[in-house]
Design a protein around this ligand. Structure first.
Ligand SMILES: Cc1ncc(COP(=O)(O)O)c(C=O)c1O
Length: 398
């Protein structure tokens, strides 16, 4: 076993120098709270909101404490109440059904296709089961957004997009997060811009934006949200909307702004790595790479492949052999959630009916992070290791 990968799957790149300098400046002046500004100063948080709204082509943006907070705020802001049913993906991660549960609502799971996107036929069949869809672009896979919007518009379903894995991505050139009513993004360490924790909320709807600003804990300082709707939008909303604090602070915004300015370059670097790994895995016996739709602008910060029809024990064997050679793979077919790989039947607070078609897909999904600290040589080596081990196991089982 001479070929062992020595790199780390969880090592990010450092914060860019410009972000470090901006963060130090905020710490030196001490005004970390977004509303703590001196005359003539525009808070880093406000600048981030303006820049992010412009980058995705949205009218309004609110910087918040986390992606999860953005999702709960979105659900509240579009009117979801305790006891309501909310459609969402069977293939996603725990914060998504968790956001639905946090507002007292009940997730209704929609299946996953072998392309790893929301099953739009299943969505059509369940369209009468909820007025809101919390659509997770899980691991960056974007479904046919035109067809999805047609289905949802025809049934009066409000779409909230979970773009935790698609900041910088698009469908037919239109940014992910701007197709539905609200787009929710995460700035947590493993996402495309990194402030440790953090989230961004975008919408074109002035009332939804006003409610989100009030929820986030703006007291009566909504006029200082320069990426928010005009003050008259708040006339009633300011009295009717509870404060559920979840603001972002100026320190995080300062770290994020230079990263946002670099996002397109970083996305191109992720994609170089993604396609290097994909090329190395393509045509491996027993292993299927996920073909990406031509309409999709991807951000390859992770990669998935399918082991269709493999016995669970063989998948476990592959994971163990790859791990022994330094390659960390995750599997969505586990009976119990491990690390970040939970799935619809892991969330036992939801009474979810079995989904055999999705189960078959989930049982074959293998997932791997692609941090930017990998070189292209690293990517080729990782693909070589997976290929060798998968071929060995597949041929032995044949
Ligand atoms: C698919 C998905 N949605 C939403 C979130 C929530 O983001 P945050 O961790 O910022 O709350 C995550 C975080 O890992 C996620 O993976």
């Amino acid at each position: 076993m001479s070929d062992v990968f020595k790199g780390s799957f969880t090592q990010q790149e450092p914060i860019p120098e410009a972000g470090i300098e901006a963060a130090v400046a905020v710490m030196r002046h001490g005004r970390l709270h977004r509303y703590n500004t001196v005359s003539g100063e525009t808070a880093e948080t406000v600048l981030l909101e303006q820049e992010f709204a412009a980058s995705v082509g949205a009218k309004y943006c609110i910087a918040v404490a986390s992606g999860g907070y953005a999702m709960t705020t979105a659900l509240r802001a579009v009117g979801v109440k305790a006891g309501d049913r909310v459609l969402t993906n069977a293939f996603t991660l725990a914060p998504v059904p968790g956001a639905i549960a946090a507002v007292g609502a009940v997730p209704v799971f929609v299946g996953v296709t072998p392309e790893l996107v929301l099953d739009l036929d299943d969505l059509t069949g369940k369209a009468d089961q909820g007025d809101v869809l919390l659509l997770s672009h899980m691991r960056g896979h974007i479904c046919d957004m035109e067809r999805l919007m047609e289905i949802c518009d025809a049934s009066g379903i409000t779409v909230i997009e979970d773009c935790a894995h698609t900041m910088g991505a698009a469908w037919k050139g239109k940014a992910s997060g701007t197709w539905g009513k609200v787009g929710c993004y995460s700035c947590q360490t493993y996402k495309h811009i990194n402030s440790g924790e953090g989230g961004l909320f975008v919408t074109d709807d002035p009332e939804v934006a006003a409610r989100a600003i009030m929820y986030s804990g703006s007291y009566m300082m909504f006029e200082r949200h320069l990426a928010g709707p005009p003050p008259e939008t708040f006339a009633q909303i300011k009295y009717e909307t509870p404060n559920i604090s979840g603001r972002m602070d100026n320190l995080r915004a300062a770290i994020l702004r230079p990263q946002l300015a670099d996002l397109a370059t970083q996305c191109a670097r992720w994609n170089e790595r993604y396609f290097a790994i994909e090329a190395g895995l393509r045509d491996t016996a027993g292993l299927k790479v996920i073909e990406r739709a031509v309409e999709e602008t991807i951000v390859g910060s992770s990669i998935q492949f399918l082991l269709e029809g493999w016995e669970g024990a063989s998948v476990q064997d592959l994971l163990a052999r790859c791990a022994a050679r330094g390659v960390e793979l995750k599997w969505f077919g586990n009976a119990v959630p491990v690390g970040f790989t939970s799935r619809y039947d892991s969330w036992r607070y939801v009474d979810a009916p079995a989904m055999p078609d999705s189960d078959r897909v989930l049982a074959g999904i293998v997932d791997m992070r692609v941090p930017l600290t990998f070189t292209l040589e690293d990517c080729a080596q990782i693909a070589r290791i997976i290929r060798e081990e998968a071929s060995r196991i597949f041929q032995a089982a044949a």
